[in-house]
Design a protein around this ligand. Structure first.
Ligand SMILES: [Zn+2]
Length: 336
């Protein structure tokens, strides 16, 4: 079962989280693969979306915020947009549009940053907005300060957190066709909540960076723990359970682990699409358009852009959509 575990290091200004998505990730892949229009993700895209999904859960877990965290990569290569949305209660969905061939050995740059135009955006969209409040969004290029295209999602997000949030972060991410997993280690912000959430609440563009004498010591602890974390291989992350990873990496540290979040309180797949919503969309097309699709194809088939779920409406289903409430029994010919 999918699991998120948060942990702290006793007395140190460092926090961590580890996520292991199994059923939730497999459901995302299953829906995609069963969509006849798109088919399954090519392996490098599967890894990209899986790593983004694990990362988005980790980032959502570190902020005090009610709403959706949306992690997006806008690409200039065969992958146009990859999107992951994680609600504060850890409901997750993800999608990706692929328009060209992706080689089996394609790296991040090949997929989304061929000409340096690729972008990564993180949006915090609060559930309850104040009047006029815009969602908070930060955007970074997929290119390092030394003008090299990043080859891994973890490096993009580390760059993002440092540049956009002034937070030292280390991420290890990995995904295959069964597991999407990630480890996050972050230096605690100097004051208050995580900068990301603080900014969303206050609408500030910049958070202050502490310059006091304390900083050196704080960095030392973070650097040591981040170094330990960076020794975790992707194979280990995919194959070992959470407990084993923590014990293996941090056996010399005083780790204070929170209760694992699993099941209904843990990360789980959920899409907001439904047959009813799709029906409303078809109603919006108008009866003439719907009938012309029915005449041409025999039924109306719509798939959710976000999760790939397909919804099929035969002529009887379609007639019900356009019937005035309570006026029609299935199969009636009163709809023109
Ligand atoms: Zn959906």
């Amino acid at each position: 079962m999918s699991e998120l575990r948060k942990f702290l290091f006793d007395g140190l200004p460092v926090r961590g989280a580890i996520v292991r998505l199994t059923d939730a990730w497999q459901e995302i892949l299953r829906r995609r693969a069963s969509n006849a229009a798109t088919g399954a993700y090519p392996p490098p895209v599967q890894a990209l979306v899986g790593e983004m999904t694990a990362a988005a859960v980790l980032m959502q877990s570190g902020i005090q915020f009610e709403g959706a965290l949306v992690l997006q990569i806008f690409g200039d290569g065969p992958v146009k947009v990859a999107v992951v949305e994680v609600q504060s209660d850890l409901r997750v969905r993800a999608t990706c549009s692929v328009v060209g061939d992706v080689a089996d050995d394609a790296d991040l740059g090949d997929m989304v940053n061929q000409t340096g135009q690729g972008r990564c955006a993180i949006t915090l969209d609060p559930t309850h907005k104040m009047p006029g409040q815009q969602p908070y969004q930060g955007v970074v290029a997929l290119t390092s300060d030394e003008d090299r295209s990043f080859t891994r999602v973890a490096d993009v997000l580390r760059h993002y957190m440092l540049r956009s949030e002034q937070l030292d972060t280390l991420l290890v991410l990995a995904a295959n066709d069964e597991v999407a997993a990630g480890l996050l280690i972050q230096r605690l912000p100097v004051k208050g909540d995580a900068n990301l959430a603080g900014q969303a609440a206050r609408g500030e563009a910049e958070a202050p960076v502490a310059e006091d004498a304390d900083v050196q010591g704080r960095n030392e602890h973070f650097n040591r723990i981040a170094h330990l974390a960076s020794t975790l291989t992707r194979d280990e992350l995919l194959s070992l359970d959470v407990e084993t990873v923590l014990r293996r990496l941090f056996w010399e540290e005083q780790v204070m682990s929170f209760t694992p979040l699993t099941g209904e309180s843990g990360p789980r797949f959920a899409c907001t699409c439904s047959r009813e919503r799709v029906g409303n969309m078809i109603r919006g097309l108008g009866v003439a358009e719907a009938e012309s699709i029915l005449a041409e194809r025999g039924d109306i088939e719509v798939s959710c852009e976000f999760c790939g779920q397909q919804y099929r409406f035969d002529p009887v289903d379609a007639a019900q959509i356009f019937a005035p409430p309570g006026s029609l029994t299935p199969g009636s010919s009163s709809v023109q």
